[in-house]
Design a protein around this ligand. Structure first.
Ligand code: FES
Ligand code: FES
Length: 155
C-alpha cells in the first residue's frame, strides 16, 4: 500500500508518495523530486557521490531510508547555489577547476560544506581526512584541496 511522507528539501515542504518507505532517500531525491545533484555511484555507501546534508551533517543518501528522515532538513547541491549564483564553496571549486568528469563533485562539495561549518580553517591533513571517503576516479585531489582552502579563505 502506498504511503505519503512529508519531507523538507532545500527549504521546501514536500509530500512524497511511495510504495516502500524503506527506499533509499537518494532514489526519492533523484526520481520523485528530479534533483540530480546527488549522484548514484555505487549504491552501497562506498563512493560518496550521493551525499546530501541532513540537519547539517553530510550523509550518504543511498544508505538513508526515507522513513528515517522525519522532520530532518535535507539540503542537496541544488539547495546550495545555482549556475548563476554559486555558493562560495561551489565558486571556489570553479575557480580552482577542481574537477575533471565531475561525477564525484556533488559529494565533495557537500562534504566540504559540512567540514567548513564546523572548522572554518581546516589544515591540509584535516581536509584530506574529511574527503577521504569521497572517491575521485579522475584523481583531482590536489586541486580539490586547493578549492577547500580557497573556500575557507573566502568564507
Ligand atoms: S552511491 Fe552512495 S556511497 Fe556510492
Ligand atoms: S572528477 Fe571525475 S570522479 Fe572526480
Amino acid at each position: 500500500m502506498a504511503s505519503s511522507l512529508p519531507l523538507n528539501v532545500n527549504g521546501r515542504e514536500v509530500t512524497i508518495t511511495v510504495d516502500d518507505p524503506a527506499m533509499p532517500l537518494l532514489y526519492v531525491l533523484r526520481e520523485n523530486l528530479e534533483l540530480r545533484g546527488p549522484r548514484f555511484g555505487c549504491g552501497l555507501g562506498q563512493c560518496g557521490s550521493c551525499m546530501v546534508l541532513l540537519d547539517g551533517e553530510a550523509v550518504l543518501s543511498c544508505e538513508v531510508k526515507l522513513s528515517t528522515v522525519g522532520a530532518g532538513k535535507i539540503v542537496t547541491l541544488e539547495g546550495l547555489g545555482s549556475p548563476d549564483q554559486p555558493s562560495p564553496v561551489q565558486q571556489a571549486f570553479i575557480n580552482e577547476q577542481a574537477v575533471q568528469c565531475g561525477y564525484c563533485l556533488n559529494g565533495v562539495i557537500i562534504r566540504t560544506v559540512a567540514l567548513l561549518a564546523k572548522n572554518k580553517n581546516p589544515s591540509v591533513a584535516e581536509i584530506k581526512r574529511a574527503l577521504a571517503d569521497n572517491l575521485c576516479r579522475c584523481g583531482t585531489h590536489l586541486r580539490m584541496i586547493r578549492a577547500v582552502q580557497r573556500a575557507a579563505r573566502n568564507a
